[in-house]
Design a protein around this ligand. Structure first.
Ligand code: DOR
Ligand code: ZN
Length: 341
């Protein structure tokens, strides 16, 4: 197969940042995807509906005129979030639970989920999904075990306490995470990133330390990558595309204490196409990328299409913008598929 046309996909987990960076990254996503669930971990975070609506306008301001792109906004859950924030505006599609200290700009995240039970109750009533960064932050838990421990200690109890709440285990990275989602009710789903499908943890150390392969949750062993590929390509509607594309400047990545995140938005759908082709499942890419997420969120599937051609191209070494540079995933390497419109 040398050409692949699928219903236009959506990205159900995306970081767009703000300011100069926003204008650089939005066009890359808007070229491929019709909609994206936009993460609220700005500094300061997007904790109120008013802030989310203002952020949405800033995003729309930098969408190129010829593109249609609908940013789906989220709120950042804190110990102090008021349940009055839930269900105010249809532009807010979900609430994100970052355990405090788990990742980029998460210091104002949740320190004790029981303090948020009133908010979760209201979300359950209004059918607003809870999006979860599923990692514990305890220093005594090995960094590679943090997802699994989080599921046992926090996620399983919360889903039991709020059986009507829809929950997305974002960027699932482990076999245990996949099993948990599969065995849970239809209200529990997961997004899977391209980078966790493509790389195992060896990629952090290939010939030296590779800061551009550092993300959170951190890359896992090969057996976990295989479990993710199986889940993504299985046709199970609980699993859908969420890039977690997370731009940081080159300097912030190539540092003594580098930031977590991979910038995959430049060639997101092509990266997923590689994974599905390798698994012999290109015919299932469309459902994973374009149907399952929309169905879960109760939104219409997109009606237009995109086309990929089997055409080799080289990913740029770096993307330059005002006084900063951004290193895309696969920088300087060849891609097999090319999105052509
Ligand atoms: O790698 C990551 N980068 N994981 C996250 O959870 C956050 C993201 C970011 O915002 O940089
Ligand atoms: Zn993320």
């Amino acid at each position: 197969m040398n050409s692949l046309t699928i219903t236009r996909p959506d990205d159900w987990h995306l970081h767009l940042r703000d300011g100069d960076m926003l204008a650089v990254v939005v066009p890359h996503t808007a070229r491929q995807f019709a909609r994206a669930i936009v993460m609220p971990n700005l500094d300061p975070p997007v904790t109120t509906t008013d802030q989310a609506l203002a952020y949405r306008r800033r995003i729309l301001d930098v969408v190129p005129e010829e593109l249609n792109f609908d940013p789906l906004m989220t709120l950042y859950l804190t110990d102090e979030t008021s349940s009055d924030e839930i269900g105010i505006d249809a532009c807010v599609h979900a609430v994100k639970w970052y355990p405090a200290g788990a990742t980029t700009n998460s210091s104002r995240g949740v320190s004790d989920i029981s303090r948020c039970y009133k908010v979760l109750e209201k979300m359950q009533q209004h059918d607003v999904p809870l999006l979860v960064h599923g990692e514990v932050t305890d220093a005594d838990v090995d960094v590679f075990d943090r997802e699994q421990v989080f599921i046992d200690r926090y996620l399983a109890p919360v889903t039991e306490r709020f059986p009507g709440l829809r929950v997305v285990l974002e960027h699932v990275t482990t076999r245990q995470g996949v099993e948990f989602v599969k065995e849970s009710s239809a209200r529990i789903a997961a997004t899977i990133t391209a980078h966790h499908l493509l790389l195992n943890r060896n990629a952090l150390f290939t010939g030296g330390l590779r800061p551009h392969h550092y993300c959170l949750p951190v890359l896992k062993r090969e057996q976990h990558r295989q479990a993710l590929v199986e889940a993504a390509t299985s046709g199970n509607s609980k699993f859908f595309l969420g890039t977690d594309s997370a731009p940081h400047t080159k300097i912030a990545k190539e540092s003594g204490c580098g930031c977590a995140g991979m910038y995959t938005a430049l060639a997101a759908i092509e990266l997923y196409a590689e994974v599905f082709e390798e698994a012999g499942a290109l015919d299932r890419l469309e459902a994973f990328a374009s149907f399952h997420g929309a169905d879960f969120y109760g939104l219409p599937r997109n009606s237009d299409t995109i086309t990929l051609l089997r055409q080799a191209w080289r990913v740029p070494d770096v993307l330059s913008f005002d006084h900063a540079e951004l290193v895309p995933f696969r920088a300087g390497e060849m891609m097999q598929w090319k999105h052509v419109g």
